[in-house]
Design a binder for this molecule. Structure first.
Ligand SMILES: NC(=O)c1ccc[n+]([C@@H]2O[C@H](COP(=O)([O-])OP(=O)(O)OC[C@H]3O[C@@H](n4cnc5c(N)ncnc54)[C@H](OP(=O)(O)O)[C@@H]3O)[C@@H](O)[C@H]2O)c1
Length: 332
């Protein structure tokens, strides 16, 4: 397969690149000037520099790709307009480039998000639910999905909606493990929020199954791990894999709002928007983010292989081997 991966310098994109190479694909990576290429260094990939806001600059990237994996996306942004620029406009322009410069049978696989569908209430969401995003991030991913679905009149497309993704190279998983490694588990608000999760290796499996399946044309798939989890259980699992005892600190929502407000204000003056923002808080405050992978199982044969404990243990081992988690020196 000749594949193009956008967002290849990031967490999910780089894991996808590794798997594609392992399976013998010829891989091109679309990066931008200034992308940090640490995960792509020394790999047998072709790097192409392009700008999503200059359609012609994307021509060399899409020209001979059989499959375009559009993983790049703005997961944090200064404001609503910036989310729409990074997610909707970037996707629309990449689609334009595929139409103008790509081969006519090129497949387009778009990595969206559970945030585009919105939170669940009771049962896990299926792809049949009417989307109801609560954040600008989710709304911008939904707008991008609509552009991709319109494009399905012209080319084969598939949309993947992962819930929160964890695993090697992820900074959020790392922050959780680091905090527990130091003896503290910080939970925003109460313990109640329930979430679906997916290990990045299972997500990559789902993405590749969708790319290969003729049934996936014009379809949306939640690619998720089994079951659902609350933050207390996730913390307990992290403590087990690190063999650490820890205290749990619930941060009240008023304090989270203050932190988010600070983040949103700071982002107006910094080059990189902060992790925490008022928009992020909207997603965080929802009681449930659950989705079902039943459709992906039935149509493309997706089955997650890693339970949370095994996945976290592998991630912890990776952070230790990479020197991100260091052994703690006992005092006295
Ligand atoms: N991680 C999750 O839990 C999760 C869950 C659901 C969906 N997703 C989706 O999965 C995708 C990848 O997420 P991730 O966690 O891997 O994020 P990440 O580590 O932050 O990587 C994001 C990637 O997108 C690229 N990118 C962002 N804005 C860009 C722009 N304007 N032009 C060109 N490239 C741009 C980044 O390039 P640079 O290196 O140049 O910054 C980077 O390669 C995103 O679309 C996200 O919405 C993630």
């Amino acid at each position: 397969m000749r594949a193009l991966v956008t967002g290849a310098s990031g967490f999910i994109g780089s894991n996808l690149v590794d798997r594609l190479l392992a399976e013998g694909a010829a891989v091109k990576c679309l990066v931008r000037r200034g992308s940090n290429l640490k995960w792509l260094k020394n790999l047998p990939v072709t790097l192409v520099t392009g700008d999503f806001h200059d359609v012609a600059s994307l021509a060399p990237a899409v020209a001979d790709a059989e499959v375009v994996f559009h993983v790049a996306g703005a997961t944090r942004a200064r404001n609503r307009a910036a989310f729409f620029r990074g997610n909707f406009e970037a996707t629309r322009n990449l689609l334009l480039a595929c139409e103008q410069y790509g081969p006519p049978d090129q497949k387009f696989v778009f990595i969206s998000s559970l945030s585009a569908a919105g939170p669940s209430k009771g049962a896990p969401l299926t792809e049949e639910h009417e989307p109801n995003p609560v954040s600008a991030y989710g709304a911008s991913k939904l707008a991008a999905e609509k552009a991709v679905l319109e494009f399905s009149q012209k080319r084969p497309v598939t949309i993947i909606r992962p819930p929160a993704v964890y695993g090697p190279r992820d900074r959020d998983t790392f922050l959780l493990l680091k905090s527990i490694h130091r003896g503290l588990h910080v939970i925003p608000g109460g313990p109640g929020q329930q979430v679906s999760l997916v290990h990045v290796h299972d997500l990559v499996t789902g993405i590749l199954l969708a790319a290969a399946s003729p049934r996936s044309q014009g379809r949306i798939y939640f690619i998720s791990g089994e079951g659902h989890h609350d933050w207390r259980t996730i913390g307990a699992y992290a403590g087990r894999v690190l063999d650490k005892r820890f205290r749990t600190l619930h941060v009240p929502w008023w304090l989270m709002r203050l932190v988010a407000l600070g983040g949103s204000l700071t982002s107006q003056f910094t080059a990189t928007p902060t992790l925490m923002s008022l928009d992020k808080l909207k997603d965080m405050r929802q009681a449930q983010w659950l989705c079902s992978h039943a459709r992906a199982q039935a149509e493309i044969g997706f089955q997650p292989s890693l339970d949370l404990l095994t996945g976290l243990a592998g991630a912890a081992a990776w952070y230790k081997a990479a020197g991100w988690l260091r052994p703690q020196i006992k005092k006295g």
